[in-house]
Every structure is written in C-alpha cells, then in structure tokens.
Design a protein around this ligand. Structure first.
Ligand SMILES: Cc1cc2nc3c(=O)[nH]c(=O)nc-3n(C[C@H](O)[C@H](O)[C@H](O)COP(=O)(O)OP(=O)(O)OC[C@H]3O[C@@H](n4cnc5c(N)ncnc54)[C@H](O)[C@@H]3O)c2cc1C
Length: 381
C-alpha cells in the first residue's frame, strides 16, 4: 500500500540514514555480534551525522527536527538491518533523551545534551528491577534524603545500553508510603562512586545490544540530579511511555516487513517437487496473509505517528500499536522461519536471528498483557 505520511524531506533523511548504515553498520555487523555491544565509534559517527539529536534543541547540538516522522524513519531503517540497532538507538535518542529535553533544567541540558547529541554521552533508562518490571509503582530502589542531597540504593536489571551507558535515568522511591506518587527520576552518571554494573546479560536475541544489571550502593546525588519533580517520576514515565511504545511499534513493523520481503524472494528461488516453494498454494496464501497483516499494521502505526506529531496520540492508542505489532511480527517471523525450512533454524541465517530478536518485543516496553490491561481499563472493564 502506498504510504502517504512521509514527504521528500523525510525520504532525503532516509537516504542519509541508509548511507550511515552502509558506511558504519554493515562493514562491522559481525563484530557487533561477537562483542555483544556497539562500539563507541558507532555512537559518535551517528552523532556526527546528526542522527542522535533529532529531539534535541540546536543550541545543545541537536537537530531539533520537531517532527516525529524523522525519528520513525531512523527507527525503520535501523530495524531493517537488525532489531537491536533500532532498540539501542531508540533507548538513547527516542526514549531517554526526551526526559532530559522535556524535564531537564537549563543546567542539566547544558551538562548532558551536547554529549547526548554527539554520542559521547550514551544514555540508558532504569525502570525495571529484579523483583519486577510490570508493576512499576512497586519498585524498590530508594533515594533517601540526606542533608541537601540524596543517597541511592538498589538495583535495576535488563537495562538496554546498560553496559556502556554514561548516564542512566533511574527511577527510585523517594516517598515509601506513597507508592506511585513516591517515585522520582534521577540522572545518575556512571562514574559516580557506588555505581557498578553486573555482567552483560546473555540474551536469546538481539546480541548486538548490551543489556546489563546496574547496582547502586550508597550513590550520593544532589538536587541538580533530579529530573523533573520530586515524587512525580511515575507521572513523568506514564507521560513518556506512549512514545516509547510507538517507537517499538514502528520498529516491529519495519523489521517484520523487511524479513517478509526477503522471505518472498527466498520462496521464489527455492524449489521443491519441480516448482518454487512460493508457488504452492498453501505457501502463497501464507505469504499473502503475512503481507496483508503487515500492510494493515503499518497503516495503523502510520496514523499513530501522525497523531503523535499532532500531540493527540493517547496511551491507549500507543498500547494497541505496541501489542498488535509485536504479535503480528511474531506471527510473520514464525512463518518466515518455516518457509526457510531447515535453513530457517540456522543461526547463520538472518531469518533465524530475526525470529529470535523479535521475541522480546511481546515482553518489553510494557508487556503485551499490560497493554491489554490498559486497553481493557479504557473500555471501562
Ligand atoms: C532485552 C530486554 C531489554 C530491556 N530493556 C529495558 C530497559 O532499557 N529499561 C528498563 O527499565 N527495562 C528494560 N527491560 C525490562 C522490560 O521492560 C520488562 O522485562 C517488562 O516490563 C516485564 O517486566 P518483568 O520482566 O519484571 O516481568 P513481570 O512483571 O514479572 O511479568 C511476568 C509476566 O506476568 C505478566 N503480568 C504481569 N502483570 C500482569 C497483569 N496485571 N496481568 C496480566 N499479566 C501480567 C507479564 O505480562 C509477564 O508475562 C528490558 C527487558 C528485556 C528482556
């Protein structure tokens, strides 16, 4: 289906993202898999090409795009290469940077944003803890008032970019008796005394993303490290999560669409019983079904992107986009693996890696069950 949300400026930007990918990503893809992380040069090159500061004002070195479609283009192109690129860049530029831009003080912006835009300050966000991620209001990491500062104790887990990050936006409990209304966000520099990282987590998929546990042992913070308002962290996160879920949806569709395209090509080339496997009616119908699912999902996500640009995307719309595209991607990629036969189960085959990479999308950014919980509540249930 012809897409209408992008104009010439977005397509020109897409070309520049593709040239970055050709130059910086493609030649080093195998190294990223082995290292289970992206090197700093990836980030600084992305910064040099103005890819990391799309939401950052120009005075702080950003591109101030003022149009979420540019971020969507960046996400799409990275997801087409491998889901982890979209995830890592998404956490940095699309998910965490907006907390600093929209909630940060002038001093915080001066301190952090130029490095965020240039790729010299790598961002991560720490919400999930070993005891749970879905019930965010129950988080246990504490920041206790001490004189005119704070003392942070606790841990976070499954943190994307966690192993390399320079600055982590950390959600911590500041008022124990208040549950959701007692959480505050802090900018924690990873050079802080008392901060440490656990091992790089061994994941089923997305090996290029360094995912880690983070520990805070009497980390001393000052008021200038508070992001947004004290005790308003939960509200701040709820306000930002729709954009995170929209970005996830954009990546889900682009990733699945690309692998489906490659699978159609494979189904035309691979033969059995004297004809291409795609010519068998069963497989043709499977591929037709998948192509339809992708087009329909993409149309909904495109409307969400436009709604977000206009400031109208609701948390419920974003929840629908996130769970539906994660589920669609899962169905599509499972069929793609099947159509590749035994090769579809070989790690050296891209389709196998894409299938593993995609599995997490039903779990993170708020699990699909939590998305349905939000939608159900909106239905008055
Ligand atoms: C690779 C990876 C990267 C991640 N990156 C980050 C990151 O950068 N920062 C960050 O903060 N977090 C990150 N996460 C964490 C992710 O957001 C959480 O894993 C997710 O929110 C689920 O939390 P949990 O793992 O604690 O599962 P739990 O909350 O323990 O849930 C377990 C199961 O119970 C279900 N469940 C829970 N509550 C309900 C309910 N009310 N109704 C129905 N079902 C329910 C869940 O859907 C899930 O299926 C990442 C996770 C992974 C795997």
């Amino acid at each position: 289906m012809r897409r209408t949300i992008y104009d010439d400026d977005h397509e020109a930007f897409r070309d520049s993202v593709r040239s970055f990918i050709e130059r910086v990503v493609v030649p080093e893809q195998e190294d990223h898999l082995v290292a289970q992380a992206l090197p700093r040069s990836f980030w600084t090159e992305a910064g040099r090409q103005d890819l990391l500061g799309l939401e950052i004002p120009e005075e702080y070195g950003g591109a101030a795009a003022g149009d979420y479609r540019f971020m969507a283009v960046l996400t799409e192109e990275l997801a087409k290469v491998a889901a982890a690129y979209a995830s890592c860049v998404g956490i940095h530029a699309d998910i965490t940077a907006p907390y600093l831009v929209q909630l940060g003080t002038d001093a915080q912006k001066e301190r952090w944003l130029p490095g965020v835009a240039s790729g010299n300050i790598l961002l991560a966000i720490g919400m999930t803890e070993p005891s749970g991620g879905s019930d965010l209001a129950a988080l246990k990491t504490t920041a206790v008032r001490d004189g005119d500062g704070w003392v942070l104790n606790g841990s976070k887990t499954f943190i994307t970019n966690g192993f390399s990050a320079d600055l982590v936006v950390v959600a911590a409990r500041t008022s124990p008796e208040k549950r959701a209304k007692g959480i505050t966000l802090f900018g924690v520099e990873t050079t802080s005394v008392g901060f440490s990282r656990g091992r790089k987590l061994d994941k089923v998929g997305q090996p290029q993303a360094d995912t880690a546990e983070l520990f805070f042992d009497d980390v001393r913070l000052v008021d200038a490290d508070v992001i947004g308002e004290v005790d308003m962290g939960f509200v701040h996160m709820m306000q930002k999560l729709p954009q995170e879920r929209l970005g996830a949806a954009v990546a889900n569709v682009a990733h699945a669409k690309q692998i489906l395209l490659e699978t159609v090509a494979y189904a035309k080339e691979r033969s059995a019983f004297g004809s291409s496997i795609g010519a068998f009616q069963h497989n043709k119908f499977v591929l037709a079904d998948m192509a339809t699912r992708i087009d329909v999902a993409e149309a909904y996500v495109d409307q969400c992107v436009l709604a977000h640009n206009d400031g109208h995307l609701t948390a419920v719309d974003a929840a629908k986009a996130k769970w539906w595209t994660a589920e669609t991607q899962s169905i599509v990629l499972d069929h793609c693996v099947q159509l590749h036969g035994g090769y579809g189960f070989m790690n050296e085959y891209r389709v196998a890696r894409a299938w593993r990479d995609a599995r997490v999308t039903k779990i993170w950014a708020g699990s699909n069950e939590i998305m349905k919980e939000l939608i159900g509540r909106d239905l008055g249930l």
